[in-house]
Write a protein that binds this ligand. Structure first.
Ligand SMILES: [Fe+2]
Ligand SMILES: [Fe+2]
Length: 253
């Protein structure tokens, strides 16, 4: 996918991030911080409900990695003179934010395949962000996330082997994907999006990022027979979709 802009100047230090740029940077970092701390919490809780020892050990490993990602954001906040405890105190509960049952293994498996990966696609943008301290901190985070998604795909394949379990996975996915598209990516158009791309905080439009995310998923979904939720499920919760995104969703109903 071609970069939308490369002309924006690089912001090398926290004191160079000022005004509108700093405000938007803090908004994006806060969104990522909510996601990192939520995934740490979800994987932590999933140690309890994972069905096998192997899955419990992986959940513990992923929780530690998500906590480490959260810690990176804490240091970036501190660099900008913001107290991470205060950002955390304003965070909505993970269960509420993602419509999740944290004690249900199917929910956790769908979360891992769906929500955690949406976060990764945002981080791919931040890795190339014009705010250098943030970009520099994201490389190894993405390496961890590859491992999380690998496990998410493996779980999907595992569920696909059993008709009853897979039907349940499909149902939970129908509920969780629209929420993910709405909450993880936000509105696909608007002045905020244009600003982020213009100043290089992100390198692609939200439409491009969402489509890249869904396109990646689609390959694994086709392999396993998982379908996208009907468009009505997105419309119902007010998840806005561009025509190109609707086409991807319609291609696998
Ligand atoms: Fe993470
Ligand atoms: Fe993750």
């Amino acid at each position: 996918m071609a970069s939308t802009t490369t002309a924006a100047p690089i912001v090398r230090t926290p004191s160079d991030a000022t005004g509108e740029y700093r405000d938007m940077l803090l908004r994006l970092m806060t969104r990522q911080f909510y996601a990192e701390t939520a995934t740490a919490e979800v994987f932590g809780r999933s140690i309890g409900c994972a069905p096998t020892l192997r899955e419990k050990l992986l959940a513990a490993e992923f929780a530690r990695e998500e906590a480490e990602h959260s810690g990176r954001l804490c240091r970036l906040f501190e660099g900008l003179g913001v107290d991470p405890e205060q950002v955390f105190a304003a965070r909505p509960s993970a269960a509420q934010f993602w419509s999740l049952d944290l004690d249900n293994w199917v929910h956790i498996a769908v979360f891992n395949f769906t929500v955690d990966r949406a976060g990764s696609h945002q981080i791919m943008e931040y890795r190339d962000s014009s705010y250098k301290p943030w970009a520099d901190a994201m490389g190894s985070v993405l390496a961890d996330e590859e491992g999380h998604y690998g496990n998410g795909v493996e779980n999907l394949r595992e569920f696909a082997r059993d008709k009853t379990f897979f039907a349940e996975f499909q149902q939970v996915y129908f509920g969780m994907l629209p929420v993910t598209v709405k909450r993880a990516f936000g509105r696909p158009t608007g002045a905020d999006n244009d600003y982020c791309v213009a100043v290089g905080l992100k390198r692609h439009t939200t439409e491009q990022v969402v489509n890249r995310y869904l396109g990646e998923m689609l390959g694994y979904m086709r392999e396993c027979g998982l379908k996208f939720p009907p468009l009505a499920a997105f419309d119902k919760i007010g998840a806005e979709l561009m025509p190109s995104t609707r086409d991807i969703i319609l291609s696998n109903q």
